[in-house]
Design a protein around this ligand. Structure first.
Ligand code: G3H
Ligand code: 13P
Ligand code: ZN
Length: 309
């Protein structure tokens, strides 16, 4: 099996009422933990690389590690640029072997977003690469001070058909109340399923993407707080909401913060219990095992994509 685009994965996920996990990768242990979990559950997989990850680990190192994961697992794996913000960055990733890119023009005007996204789509499609666009703004939604500002940040269902038709994107990231990081809700978690439903009606059969979808698993937040960290009030998207989204038009669910928390919590615990150890394999090994465990849990209990590779 070689690297694949997201096309076939999303078609099957939409029809099957499940979602594919898109996990952010930054180093070998993270890639190994995720791909071992996917192998054991026979799940299709998206490994996504942010501009920051590419800067940290280097494009070639990440590509080679992902190619090794394909060889080791035999799974369909899509390698995707997360939050590309310029045509040049998307082009560089496409030329460097990525099979999918996100062009995030959500901070531009609607017209500028269409123009930039269309430019990326034309380049990507000519090379057989799929493209994710974004409409609506994710970060800081929970900080909105009044209803009208809050509503302005959610995806407007009236814009989605025109955006998809004019850009030719293969999938669309939307804002319905999730946000990036470990502090997503101050009070009760609330997602605008009414907006998702309306978008699904306007774009029948079209794959939708949910960013900011970590659950901020309490056991790892507790582990961090127990072993010297300070994350009071950390809160994520409840898993039953993610399962509901996966049963609807959401075909790709983005998870990064949960992996970071698992890795960091495990390493904090390790050093608290073994203060004199200094062999990196001794603490990176358990951290990798925690990532594997959490990804298996997501695949089987949240995404529903086990057995679908
Ligand atoms: O949405 C952002 C992802 O969690 C990646 O974060 O830009 O710090 O690598 P990063
Ligand atoms: P989380 O911060 O909720 O893990 O979201 C990750 C994400 O959306 C990456 O694009
Ligand atoms: Zn994101």
């Amino acid at each position: 099996m070689a690297l694949v685009t997201s096309k076939e994965m999303f078609k099957k996920a939409y029809e099957g009422g499940y979602a594919i996990g898109a996990f952010n990768v930054n180093n070998m242990e993270i890639i190994q933990g995720i791909t071992e979990a996917a192998k054991e559950t026979n799940a299709p997989l998206i490994l996504q690389v942010s501009a920051g990850a590419r800067k940290y680990a280097n494009h070639t190192y990440l590509m080679k590690l992902i190619e090794a994961a394909v060889e080791e697992t035999g799974l369909p794996i899509c390698v995707h640029l997360d939050h590309g913000d310029t045509f040049e960055l998307c082009k560089s990733c496409i030329d460097g072997g990525f099979t999918s890119v996100m062009i995030d023009g959500s901070h531009h005007s609607f017209e500028e977003n269409i123009k930039l996204t269309k430019q990326v789509v034309e380049y990507a499609h000519a090379k057989g690469v799929t493209v994710e666009g974004e409409l609506g703004r994710l970060a800081g939604i929970e900080d909105a001070v009044n209803v009208s500002e809050e509503d302005a940040a959610f995806t407007d269902p009236d814009q989605v058909e025109e955006f998809v038709q004019k850009t030719g994107v293969d999938s669309l990231a939307i804002a319905i109340g999730t946000s990036h990081g470990a502090f997503k809700f101050k009070g009760d978690a609330k997602l605008r399923f009414d907006i998702l439903e309306e978008i699904q009606k306007r774009l029948p059969g079209f794959p939708i993407v949910l960013h900011g979808a970590s659950s901020v698993m309490p056991e790892y937040v507790e582990m961090i707080n127990k072993f010297g960290g300070e994350m009071p009030g950390a809160k994520g998207v409840p898993e039953d909401m993610l399962r509901k989204a996966a049963s609807m038009a959401v075909c790709k669910i983005n998870i990064d913060s949960d992996l970071r928390l698992a890795l960091t919590g495990t390493i904090r615990q390790y050093f608290a219990q073994n203060p004199s150890h200094f062999d990196p394999r001794q603490y990176l090994g358990p951290a990798r095992a925690s990532i594997k465990e959490i990804v298996k849990h997501k695949i089987v209990n949240v995404l529903g994509c086990d057995g679908k590779a």
